[in-house]
Write a protein that binds this ligand. Sequence first.
Ligand code: NAI
Ligand code: MG
Length: 361
Amino acid sequence: STPSLLILPGDGIGPEVMQQVRRIIDWYGDKRGLKFEVSEDLVGGCAYDKHGTPLHDDTMAKAQEVDAVLLGAVGGPQYDTLDFSLKPERGLLRLRKEMDLYANLRPAQCFDALADFSSLKTDVVSGLDIMIVRELTSGVYFGEPRGVIKEGNERVGINTQRYTESEIARVARSAFELARKRGNKLCSMEKANVMESGVLWRDVVTEVHQAEYPDVELSHMYADAGAMQLTRWPKQFDVIVTDNLFGDLLSDLAAMLTGSLGMLPSASLGAPMENGRPKALYEPVHGSAPDIAGQGKANPIACILSFAMALRYSFDQGAEADRLEKAVEKVLADGVRTADLLQAEGAKPASTSEAGDAVLA
Ligand code: NAI
Ligand code: MG
């Protein structure tokens, strides 16, 4: 049956970058016979404007049924004063939570044409292609007890790092599966030297490795040393798996090895559905960029590469994902750059749709 895709463009530059992805989806249908059943709906501020909630129940239900969700970005200054539960971000958080998207994939891939964009030396990043898998639904951001309590006459802030075996095992499996599709190498990062949850993390990853993925090369690293190694020589890694907190930090660090926010895609995957595909949400890392919204300045590449990830991880179209990533690489090599990627003074930036034109061409 035709694979289904729910598109949630969202707010700000979300609809602008998503429009370029829609053109690419149409291209795949016309030129490659790769058809998708596409539906579109609201999330974030625009959903609040229409329905009084950042994610309508019907949209939530649709997201649970489709093969993959593709999201632009949510938010904007006009929603900053809304109640916490009505804020645009809550729509995104609800999607992640109710779809139980526990594995957040953040690639850090350096396109040669942008190697000079990195804060690191060109030879350290050129050709870099690593993937960080961050556990997204548990750990210290969710563990109980939590809160600010009174102890004697001072306040105490409390959070709890808590991981169950099954939570560790399932994200480890996602990472091993990915490693098999890539360089067959996985590095697991925790702080087993000082954290009980780290000891369990290391044990469970080792058990899953021995029982199910002995063919994948597995190593372990303390997360602080991992941060050091990521900036010293990131090319030593292929896939990295880590918990929610460390993954938050390490994926942002890794992202900046490669340059602009406008280039960074992500995927969040959950348990396999009946058809074997994982529950999946694909989205650029960047936000709604209100400062440039409506001006045709947004870089559509992060959103385009998020769709490439969907082709690869939801639709088993690895070769077509390669094709799309190669097109992006070529466009950058040809010097087509949106404003966020321009360094030379006086150079004329490509608009959002011109960048889309170039990728299609
Ligand atoms: P942002 O990512 O929207 O923008 C940060 C800076 O990067 C801005 O200067 C922006 O112009 C630039 N930028 C971002 N994406 C770009 C692109 N594709 N092309 C060219 N330049 C780009 O983060 P910011 O400004 O902190 O947040 C703005 C709004 O977005 C807020 O309402 C925030 O809550 C929301 N947000 C939403 C996210 C999401 O939907 N996943 C993630 C982060 C922020
Ligand atoms: Mg972060």
